[in-house]
Every structure is written in C-alpha cells, then in structure tokens.
Design a protein around this ligand. Structure first.
Ligand code: IPM
Ligand code: MG
Length: 363
C-alpha cells in the first residue's frame, strides 16, 4: 500500500522530535513493503510568523488529503503574550475542530524499565495500564461566548461550558468499545454534584452503558479521580471524560510513567485523517539542544500505524522496539537518574530504528 502522511512539526522541540518519528515510520513501512509520501505543513507559532495564521488553509487542505497526520507541538514564549489576538494554540484547537477529532485517546502504560523514573513508589505504579478518552471538540475549549467583558466591578471575562447529548454519546461509545477490547472497565469522570453539563453527561453515559452490560461501569467525580490516580492508578482501565477534565487528568496521569516525554495520543473522528501527537508541549527551554525525548512522538507514530493506517503488526514492532531500547538502559535526559549517562534526541531515534530492524529480522 501507499500512504500519504502529513507531518506538522510546529514549534520548539517539534522539528527535532518529528524527524526521529519520521525515520521510524520510514523503516517499518519499508520493511513491510509499504511506502509513504510525507508532506510537511505549518502550524502554531511558526505559522503565525510565516503566514500570520496559526493554521493556514493550505495546512488544513494538506491534512484533509492525507491518510493520517502526525503533529509534534505548538507554542512558545515568543507568542504567549496573554493579550495577543492570535496564539499558536488556536491552530491546534482549530485543526481538532475542523477535522472533527472528537475522541482523544491517551494511553498511560508503565514500562517496567522506567518504574523507578516515576515520582511515585514502584508498588503504586506497577501494572498501570489505562487509557484516558478525552472529549476534544466541545466544552470550555469551544463554548461561546468566550472573551473579555466590562462589568460594574471592572474587567471581566467569560468562558462557556456547554455539551449536548450527541457529543456525549459518541464519546462514550468510543470509550465503551475500547473497554471491550481491554479489561472491560469504564470510569466516567464528571462533576455532577456541581455542574449541569456533568449531570447531562452522567445521564447520557448511563443510557449508553445499558448497551454494554459486559463492561463494568462507574461514575467518579473529577476531584476524587485526581486523588485515585495517585492512590490506586492500577485499578483504572478506561477513563472517559470531558475536554478540560481530560486535559488536566492526563498530565497528572503522565507522571505515573515517569515522564511527560513518554505519552502518545490519538485524536479520532468519524472519518480519516486521524491526528496523532505527543501529549507534551513544545519545551522551548530545551529546543534546538538535541536533548528532547522523541519517544512520545515515536509512540504516537506507532498509534498512527495502528489506528490511522490499520498496520497493527508494524505498530507492535515500534512499541516493542521502544521498550527494548529502554530495557537496554538508554535514557534521554528527562528519564535519566542523577548521574546516569544520557543519549541525544537523534541517538534515541537511531536506537529505536535499529531495534525495529532487529524485530523484523527475528520475525
Ligand atoms: C493538550 C494541550 C493543549 C490542550 C493546549 C496546548 C492547547 O495541553 O493537548 O493537552 O489544552 O488541549
Ligand atoms: Mg494538556
């Protein structure tokens, strides 16, 4: 098969880490007789600089014409003035909305070789294997009105939290179907003791749950969930939640694995293309130094192979290769214990490529 993949390097460490993921994609597809045409688009701060627009139409068109999209990260201090009208993050929100990517899957699996990198005790994080299914095109991120207003008390601002049953139902179905292929446990997270949108969320979630009697279902309030993620993270299987709660809980959950630099994600809609991106940001403080961890992007590329192109075997190979490299003791700076030697971004990419080739040789 021949595939077209759009790469969106974005800002900060984006170009460095996406180059490593591209190498990995090239190697695994070549080995299994597929070919890929890569095209690169502008998004985020660099798109503001070059086109005055964080998501130029040409980028969106390029994405629509491709089989899958791999995005690195957007944003940086150059564009983070809170009074700026145009911000890099708007490009990210717009691409999610325009491509209809309503379901964001964020798997959090503790890799045995990294257990000691977690700030939590090994016995707490051992066996953690959960997926956060975050609603991605609704809620506070998109509700209108949003913006500044004048009030008798001076400057005011408003954000709007709004959900409808269609948005909730389709997200819950993705989460239930995913749970069916896993340990058949689903935790729906809301704040139904305070928010009207959460009470609707819970109502619709229960209706959908009745179609999945084989999946154990529970409701958990978001504040309690934040606590349980630290106290007993291994109990979770699939966690389904609205946009903002999912944003916050997924950063929290990333610490179970030891580094934000390890977590991939997939954003899915009803149609192709889906979009794949690491959950970390553009890390402007280390951009250009060649020390960023490319593994979250490489693991996002693995998700792209599996969920974007249907290449399950190739996805497994990339994931096993990344684990093998870690098991052999190689660490980027974010993962290394004090005093432990580190490898560069590029060296980590090369090690994964090598490990993929070994996997193919043994297959
Ligand atoms: C994420 C990020 C984004 C979000 C930011 C960069 C807008 O934090 O993907 O989790 O809040 O969705
Ligand atoms: Mg986030």
């Amino acid at each position: 098969m021949h595939y077209t993949i759009t790469l969106l390097p974005g800002d900060g460490i984006g170009p460095e880490i996406i180059a490593e993921a591209r190498k990995v994609l090239e190697v695994v597809t070549r080995h299994s007789g597929h070919s890929i045409t890569f095209q690169e688009g502008l998004i985020g701060g660099i798109a503001i600089d070059e086109r005055g627009n964080p998501l130029p139409d040409e980028t969106l068109e390029m994405c629509r014409r491709s089989d899958a999209v791999l995005l690195a990260a957007v944003g940086g201090p150059r564009w983070s003035d809170p009074r700026a009208e145009v911000r890099p993050e708007q490009g990210l929100l717009k691409i999610r909305k325009e491509l209809g990517l309503f379901a964001n899957l964020r798997p959090v699996r503790v890799i045995p070789a990294l257990i000691s990198s977690s700030p939590l005790r090994p016995e707490v994080v051992e066996g953690v294997d959960l997926v956060i299914v975050r609603e991605l095109t609704g809620g506070l991120y998109f509700g209108q009105p949003q913006g500044r207003e004048q009030t008798p008390e001076g400057r005011g601002a408003v954000d709007t939290l709004r959900y409808n049953e269609r948005e909730i139902e389709r997200l819950m179905r993705v989460a239930f179907n995913l749970a069916r292929g896993r340990r058949r446990k689903l935790t729906s997270v809301d704040k139904a003791n305070v928010l009207a949108t959460s009470r609707l969320w819970r109502e619709v979630a229960h209706e959908v749950a009745s179609d999945y009697p084989d999946v154990a279902y529970e409701d958990v309030l978001v504040d309690a969930c934040a606590m349980y993620l630290i106290r007993r993270p291994a109990d979770f299987d699939v966690i389904a939640t609205e946009n903002m709660f999912g944003d916050i809980l997924s950063d929290e959950a990333s610490m179970l694995t030891g580094s934000l630099g390890m977590l991939p994600s997939a954003s899915l809609g009803e149609n192709r293309p889906a979009l794949f991106e690491p959950i970390h940001g553009s890390a402007p403080d280390i951009a250009g130094k060649g020390i960023a961890n490319p593994l979250a992007t490489i693991l996002s590329a693995a998700m792209l192979l599996r969920l974007g192109l249907g290449l399950d075997r190739e996805a497994d190979i990339v994931e096993r290769a990344a684990e093998a490299v870690l098991a052999a003791g190689h660490r980027t700076a974010d993962l290394a214990a004090p005093g432990q030697p580190t490898v560069s971004t590029r060296a980590m990419g090369d090690l994964v490529v090598e490990a993929c080739e070994k996997e193919f040789a043994n297959a």
